[in-house]
Design a protein around this ligand. Structure first.
Ligand code: DCP
Ligand code: MG
Length: 468
């Protein structure tokens, strides 16, 4: 294990709910619950104000409604969460090439990989600056844990919540873990926790005291060794940017070598577009753009450029590929061209949540009231709670609720004062669904740091030539 607390774990605070509060001024400081609103819906997350009532992730929505009847209930807006996640991950990737995203709002970073930090002091400074950069770029708070291992870094960020930073000095791990509940260890859920409790083990220290053999007898070989090692704070896992090895690419081989430079450029643009379509089809974004060229003599070269944040923007991929091409001599003719994007980011949490998104659909079906059905011959429009709308007269707002052929809209934007509520017929032609607004309006006064990780950021961190 390393001797400096240079593994960083970041976890955004009440992520989906905080995004909603930042988007909707009237919800700041209020109980906000995001999730599937249908009959089988579950809570994705609750704002800290709602957690006071006992509401938490994965709780059935019906139970949440009983605990917090006056909270605002919203359907997730994944595209907004993904865009903000990209900004945050972009900031992390500016610190180190070794970033391991665990979900949309959570990642490990190895700060030693490129010298962002080397001891406790530099690690703390880096973590503090990261938190303020995240705030500047997204308007949101994230908590940071710093430790000499992944396990402790994650525990530290959890302890630091909300809106905090905790650094665990190497050597103090066991003293910190000892008195805590066994549930603090990764993988110890309610079932394992109960099992251990029945054997008289409730704290981490008691695991250590029981000894490895006893633990293996209790929970089996597979978990016993691991659990004992964790209780001793042994964790040698390194931060793996495994997604860096994956890529999405497309290439074309030409029957006749292309000599015309203009044609080569056009082909590269076409391939860039195709590559982005694939990327988007797989719901991925990537940070490194790769150009591949095989020349008339079969010599093959690749050129790549790493952006400051992941992108799936066709304009950015096209521009980058064109820039890479400028450095390649194609005078003898080209047999093959390829464009790829690597350093991919995808997010498992969204898949997990696919269920609740589906339930949103169910919910909308449920709220289609009979009178509306009779009155409206064209297909009824869906107004999911929390989603953005625009009214020709009143401007941008969000759906506060709908039913009985009516939709209630609150007119406000991220940088407005809390707005007013108005109700419309669900088929009012003046009301249309709208795209979400950015949380932090882009302006000329924007500092260097706020541009980092912006989705369409053309900025690059440098060009790397590979495999001539
Ligand atoms: N999420 C979800 N279903 C879950 C858990 C989480 O859809 N069972 C989503 C919603 C969360 C986001 O993932 O906002 C991040 O999950 P976290 O566990 O980090 O929870 P939060 O960020 O909401 O809160 P915390 O401040 O505790 O990190
Ligand atoms: Mg979180």
């Amino acid at each position: 294990m390393r001797t400096a607390p240079t593994i960083l774990h970041l976890d955004m605070d009440a992520f989906y709910a905080s995004v909603e509060q930042a988007s909707k001024p009237s919800l700041r400081g209020k109980a906000v619950i995001v999730g599937g609103l249908g009959p089988r819906g579950v809570v994705a997350t609750a704002s800290y104000e709602a957690r006071v009532f006992g509401v938490h992730s994965a709780m059935p929505m019906a139970q949440a409604r009983r605990l917090a009847p006056n909270a605002a209930y919203l359907v997730p807006r994944f595209e907004v969460y993904r865009a903000i996640s990209e900004q945050v991950m972009g900031l992390l990737r500016a610190l180190s090439p070794l970033v391991e995203p665990l979900s949309l709002d959570e990642a490990f970073v190895d700060l030693e990989a490129e010298g962002a930090a080397w001891d406790a002091e530099s690690a703390r400074l880096t973590g503090t600056k990261l938190r303020s950069d995240i705030r500047a770029v997204t308007g949101l708070t994230g908590s940071v844990g710093l430790a000499a291992s992944k396990m402790l870094a994650k525990i530290a960020s959890e302890e630091a919540k909300p809106d905090g930073l905790l650094l665990i000095e190497p050597g103090t791990e066991r003293a910190l873990l000892g008195p805590k509940s066994v549930r603090i260890l990764p993988g110890v859920g309610p079932a394992t926790g109960d099992h251990l409790r029945r054997a008289g083990i409730t704290t981490v220290e008691e695991i250590v005291e029981a000894g490895e053999d006893e633990l293996v007898r209790l929970v089996g070989k597979a978990h016993g060794h691991g659990l004992y090692a964790m209780a001793l704070a042994h964790d040698d896992r390194s931060v793996v940017a495994e997604r860096d090895t994956k890529s999405v690419s497309v290439e074309d081989t030409y029957d006749v070598d292309i000599h015309d430079r203009v044609r080569v450029r056009t082909e590269v643009q076409r391939l860039a577009d195709r590559c982005v379509r694939r990327l988007r089809g797989a719901r991925l974004s990537g940070r490194t753009i790769v150009l591949k060229v095989r020349r008339y003599d079969f010599s093959t070269l690749t050129r790549s450029e790493t952006l400051r944040g992941p992108t799936d923007d066709p304009a950015v991929v096209r521009e980058t590929a064109a820039r890479l091409l400028e450095a390649v001599d194609t005078t003898g003719g080209v047999r093959l061209l390829g464009v790829g994007v690597s350093g991919l980011a995808d997010y498992t949490q969204e898949d997990l949540f696919a269920q609740a998104a589906g339930e949103t659909h169910l919910d909308d079906e449920d709220t289609l009231e009979e009178p509306a059905r009779e009155a409206a011959a064209p297909a009824e429009r869906r107004w999911p709670a929390g989603h953005d709308v625009c009214h020709t007269e009143f401007g941008h707002g969000w759906v506060q609720g709908s039913g009985l052929g009516r939709v209630t809209v609150r007119f406000e934007t991220p940088d407005s004062a809390p707005g007013r509520v108005r109700t419309f017929r669900t088929d009012d032609p003046a009301l249309q669904p709208a795209d979400p607004l950015p949380l932090i309006p882009a302006g000329p006064e924007q500092s260097e740091v706020t541009a980092v990780g912006r989705k369409a950021s053309p900025g690059s961190q440098g060009t790397v030539a590979a495999k001539e």
